[in-house]
Design a protein around this ligand. Structure first.
Ligand code: 13P
Ligand code: SF4
Length: 302
């Protein structure tokens, strides 16, 4: 154990803190974390934890969601500038205009969104529960924000709904092309293609499995196949390789990296634990409004 790790462990005990990390953070951050997972899993952990301090290694919407779900806790983020570009790619005004147009509209908000967008939504989803939740909603008309690609993927799985898409995307996932997948398949003809639904439809259509980061990990672990082409952020290589020592993972694009997720480092974790800096605060009125769709997600996804 190096000195930073030792000091983090000591401070965690002294301050009753836990560290949560998304699979897109670096391996050294994931190795330090008490809980590592996809957005859905981390939201559940944040809601239930009895620690006094949550250090959230992810991007802004994740720390905010943790605070919204569990306001009694102190939520710290190693780097306050870690943000998700897609979280800002829908407008509350567009949501209001859409509500005027459809009487029975349900606004379904991918958790990768600002708390302002959550405030004007009916239910949140993550990539691991979006299909189930949309299918179970009583509404016929659904406005899916902010991710067009996840929205389209859900629409294909739930054809009985009228799903209206919004022009937002993850710049990292949306940059992968079908040509890159075709080239990777030619190089590794025995590999299965595992893809996150934030990728474009041409990439999804060349994939053998589509799912959240946790779904991709589960699929790779349970598969008899020993080679995989992975279409999601390269932070997942850490758990993929840890859990599957005999299997090979190739990333469809190089680099396949969310620079914001990589702003989380062991040094910054230590710094916030020492100082209590970078605390996440959410205005109480906004928190109560944003809690409604998040709570509904946790209830419906059970
Ligand atoms: P999941 O881990 O929920 O699949 O989300 C992917 C993502 O883009 C998080 O920012
Ligand atoms: Fe946002 Fe994409 Fe980074 Fe996920 S990978 S945090 S969706 S920018």
């Amino acid at each position: 154990m190096n000195n930073i790790t030792k000091e983090i462990e000591r401070l965690k005990k002294e301050k009753n803190a836990v560290i949560l990390a998304h699979y897109y953070t670096t391996g050294d951050v994931q190795a330090l974390a008490d809980y590592v997972g996809d957005s859905y899993y981390l939201a559940k952990v944040a809601q239930r934890t009895d620690a006094d301090i949550v250090v959230f290694c992810g991007v802004a919407f994740m720390g905010e969601s943790a605070k919204i779900l569990n306001p009694e806790k102190t939520v710290l983020m190693p780097d306050l500038s870690a943000n998700c570009a897609m979280a800002h790619m829908a407008q509350a005004e567009t949501v209001m205009a859409m509500r005027e147009q459809y009487d029975d509209l349900a606004v379904v908000c991918y958790i990768n969104s600002t708390s302002e967008l959550k405030c004007c939504s009916d239910v949140c989803v993550t990539s691991s529960n979006a299909v189930k939740i949309v299918r179970e909603l009583p509404n016929k008309n659904i406005f899916f924000i902010p991710d067009e690609n996840l929205g389209r993927f859900v629409a294909e799985q739930v054809p009985e709904k009228n799903i209206i898409l919004n022009k937002g995307c993850c710049p990292i996932h949306a940059a992968i092309t079908a040509a890159q997948i075709a080239a990777a398949k030619e190089e590794h003809p025995n590999a299965l293609v595992l893809t996150h639904p934030e990728c474009v439809k041409e990439v999804l259509s060349l994939s053998d499995f589509i799912g959240s980061t946790a779904d991709i990990l589960r699929f790779a672990e349970n598969s008899d196949c020993s080679e995989f082409i992975v279409c999601t952020e390269d932070g997942v290589s850490y758990p993929l390789e840890l859990l599957n020592p005999g299997k090979k993972f190739y990333f469809a694009a190089q680099p396949f990296c969310c620079a914001d997720m990589k702003l989380n480092t062991p040094e910054k974790i230590l710094h916030v634990l020492e100082t209590g800096e970078n605390e996440i605060t959410v205005d109480e009125d906004k928190r109560r409004k944003a809690l409604v769709p998040l709570d509904r997600m946790l209830e419906m996804a059970k």
